[in-house]
Design a protein around this ligand. Structure first.
Ligand SMILES: CCCCCCCCCCCCCC(=O)SCCNC(=O)CCNC(=O)[C@H](O)C(C)(C)COP(=O)(O)OP(=O)(O)OC[C@H]1O[C@@H](n2cnc3c(N)ncnc32)[C@H](O)[C@@H]1OP(=O)(O)O
Ligand SMILES: Cc1cc2nc3c(=O)[nH]c(=O)nc-3n(C[C@H](O)[C@H](O)[C@H](O)COP(=O)(O)OP(=O)(O)OC[C@H]3O[C@@H](n4cnc5c(N)ncnc54)[C@H](O)[C@@H]3O)c2cc1C
Length: 663
């Protein structure tokens, strides 16, 4: 039997309707149809071929990506694609490039921080790509600490302009995507100075390149910051360095929704909170959470299919060896990642709806849910990207030696994905923001009832004193037992930190001293959100034979896997006995055997095309070994029998050896 037969047999074992699961994964039939159509459009168009990418040099790679982006833009216009379709199209092309910044950051920054007048002027230009923009916030010396940025924007009364300047080497903008070679404009974050007074960091629209010949404008020095981790991966993007030598822009190019500068040089703070200036980051963090489930599902799909094909040991009397997916250790490493992909998918849907709600409230000048939205996006961005990056690497190891080959698709995926742990808010820094929110919520509880994702803190009294009543492994198959365990663990960790901080005379000092514990408490809070969201999702109608049941199994796998992984927390906070923790682990193993027959069908439900996976190991048809062989044959080193350099550098050594032997 070959891999093709193995996967065919595996698919027959499925206990649920795969087509219905595809819809559950996508969120709705319409969402499924859009993403499916775009995935196929990309997969079937030779322009979007990507197998040659790892063998290209940087310049060729960059040019190739520009070509694809231009062709994608043509398709978007020729086929009149909707915004949603265009987003999926870009996603499936699967090569980071300047359009990510244009659509995910530049346009949202104009929308969220521009005044009505500015939006009328700039949005049509950006939406039709007559200008191409980037988000220039980070500098050589400051990324996380936005208030520490050094670029200055000084108001000049006489000319009614701002003078944008890079006063030091360390104030050079450093990292913005698309900035080195493509962007014509940037939203530049700089310290506003009026008459010698500092007014904090604000965004300014600055033109970098001529719209005629694309040359850099006077006073602007811009370039690429160099190759990044991995060979292909993020190197299709021209992350840039940018310096300003007293570049002048009109006053009306400061983004003026949150605060304005008048012609007279008066700084006016409008009635919206200053944190709205951070709004673009909040919206992109939500997109990043959604991206995490896509990246993890991709790695899990490859590792699961390959684990069903790969056989090692266990052969008796010449029979077939054991499929590695049948080893309990393989299952205990793989199935929690499969469950996590679903968990992240559902939490990202929930986060999107939270975001929509916040946007509507902001328009009605209701800012009450902004802190919670910030904490949720920051925390879930941190949790999901960290777990996804680790998960991709685990999937690579699950594929043994072949996982290390570029043709497995996993090294590229990891190198492309891992910066998500850093960009758009370094993960630990983001967890500390969650901690701030939680500690503040606890400190305000005497006069303000916690709501939303923090509402369980309002039930602190019972949660501080309850004990878990689980007595058998089956008792863990109960959503309320799970939620109670996660709530209790989170509450106790947060309260413990808050009480210890309160003992410090200086609260900031206490916060800094306890920051490691605070990060763990924040993680506990965020895990509670993901687990509860999964459980809530299962309360909705989910059509299709066996779909809901399979998702229930995955939900328990996700929750009990976390419980097992963090059992130190659950035991230390005194909610569980070691016996109850061990029962949870017993139940987890039983659940793995329920996932096993459905594993291939579950990864098929992601509906990933072979083009998107770009993995010989993860092929839908399972024809792994012949294709692995074929891919290896295509390596440029195999173009000739005697490679370049052999005659020059190896032959002389061989001959020299002969000479020595004669002596
Ligand atoms: C199709 C393909 C898709 C691709 C996917 C997309 C990828 C695209 C490519 C992406 C490429 C990557 C692109 C990039 O990487 S772009 C660069 C991204 N950079 C960052 O993310 C920087 C991270 N740093 C920060 O956000 C801030 O400096 C932090 C938050 C750390 C501190 O801040 P600050 O110095 O001000 O100090 P504070 O802590 O006293 O906070 C003061 C108060 O403000 C509240 N607060 C803070 N933040 C927010 C907020 N956001 N909304 C609402 N509220 C907020 C906070 O709770 C506190 O409230 P309170 O306690 O006083 O009540
Ligand atoms: C691929 C990629 C693309 C990017 N694209 C863009 C872009 O388009 N536009 C843009 O403006 N920026 C961009 N960035 C920059 C990115 O947003 C920053 O790198 C990120 O915000 C982290 O900031 P930093 O580099 O200053 O890290 P640092 O803050 O210097 O982090 C270094 C270490 O210090 C720790 N640390 C920092 N502060 C604290 C604290 N208060 N408490 C405890 N620990 C702390 C961190 O946890 C980390 O371990 C990009 C970065 C990458 C990697």
């Amino acid at each position: 039997m070959e891999g093709v037969d193995y996967l065919r047999d595996e698919r027959k074992k499925s206990e649920f309707d795969v087509e219905a699961m595809k819809v559950a994964w996508a969120g709705s039939r319409e969402a499924f149809q859009v993403s499916d159509r775009m995935a196929k459009l990309v997969a079937n168009d030779p322009v979007f071929e990507k197998f040659s990418k790892p063998t290209l040099g940087r310049k060729e790679m960059f040019k190739n990506t520009l070509r694809k982006a231009a062709y994608a833009w043509k398709l978007i216009n020729d086929l009149h694609l909707t915004e949603e379709e265009a987003k999926w199209l870009r996603h499936y092309i699967d090569e980071p490039n300047y359009t990510d910044l244009q659509w995910e950051m530049f346009v949202p920054a104009l929308e969220g921080q521009g005044s009505e007048e500015q939006k009328r002027k700039w949005l049509p230009l950006a939406q039709t790509m007559q200008i191409i923009g980037t988000y220039a916030q980070t500098e050589l010396a400051h990324g996380s600490n936005v208030q520490g940025l050094e670029t200055t924007a000084t108001f000049d009364h006489e000319t009614d302009q701002f003078v944008i300047h890079s006063p030091t080497l360390t104030s050079s903008k450093w990292w913005p995507g698309g900035m080195a070679k493509v962007a014509t404009h940037a939203i530049v974050y700089a310290r506003l100075i009026i008459d010698g007074h500092f007014y904090g960091v604000h965004g300014f629209i600055v033109q970098l390149r001529s719209l005629e010949d694309h040359s850099t404008l006077p006073g602007i020095t811009v370039g690429d910051i160099g190759m990044k981790f991995g060979h292909g991966a993020y190197n299709t993007m021209d992350n840039g360095v940018l310096r300003f030598d007293r570049v002048r822009i009109p006053r009306n190019q400061m983004l003026m929704r949150v605060s304005q500068v008048t012609k007279e040089g008066k700084y006016v703070q409008s009635d919206v909170p200053r944190q709205l200036a951070y709004g673009t980051m909040v919206s992109v963090r939500q997109t990043i959470v959604s991206d995490a489930s896509k990246a993890l599902s991709r790695a899990v799909c490859i590792a699961t299919r390959y684990s069903a094909i790969r056989r090692q040991f266990g052969s008796h009397d010449g029979g077939p060896e054991t499929q590695v997916i049948d080893y309990k250790t393989q299952q205990s490493r793989l199935f929690p990642l499969l469950a996590s992909a679903f968990a992240f998918r559902f939490v990202s849907e929930w986060l999107k709806s939270l975001q929509t709600d916040v946007k509507q409230r902001l328009e009605a000048k209701d800012f009450s849910t902004l802190p919670e939205a910030h904490a949720c996006t920051a925390g879930l961005k941190s949790l999901t990207t960290a777990a996804t990056a680790d998960g991709i690497e685990e999937c690579r190891k699950l594929c043994g030696g072949h996982g290390y080959l570029i043709s497995s698709g996993l090294p590229e995926l990891y190198a492309y994905y891992v910066p998500a742990c850093t960009y758009e808010g370094e993960n630990v820094v983001m967890m500390l923001q969650v901690a701030r929110f939680l500690v503040k919520t606890v400190s305000e509880m005497s006069y303000k009832q916690p709501v939303g994702t923090a509402d369980y803190l309002g039930r602190m009294a019972p949660l501080m004193h309850n004990n878990c009543d689980v007595q058998t492994a089956e008792d863990w198959l109960n959503p309320s037992a799970i939620v109670k365990a996660f709530e209790t663990r989170a509450v106790r960790m947060i309260v413990d930190c808050s009480q210890r901080i309160a003992k410090f005379e200086n609260q900031e000092e206490g916060f800094a001293e306890l920051s490691t514990d605070l990060v763990e408490a924040s993680l506990a809070h965020c895990q509670l959100i993901v687990v509860s969201t999964f459980i809530q999702r299962l309360k909705q109608e989910i059509p299709g034979k066996g779909v809901k049941q399979s998702l229930e199994v995955l939900c328990y796998v996700y929750a009990l896997y976390l419980l097992h992984k963090h059992q130190g927390d659950f035991l230390a906070t005194g909610y569980l006995t070691s016996k109850q923790a061990s029962l949870a682990n017993d139940q987890l193993k039983t659940l793995y055997s329920k996932v096993r027959p459905n594993a291939i069908a579950l990864v098929d439900s992601f509906n990933h095309t072979d083009h998107y996976l770009s993995s010989v190991l993860g092929r839908y048809d399972g024809n792994v070994y012949p294709k692995l062989y074929e891919a290896a044959r295509k390596d440029p080193l195999n173009d000739s029998d005697i490679a370049d350099g052999i005659n020059q550098y190896v032959q002389p050594i061989l001959k020299q050896k002969l000479h020595l032997a004669k002596l």
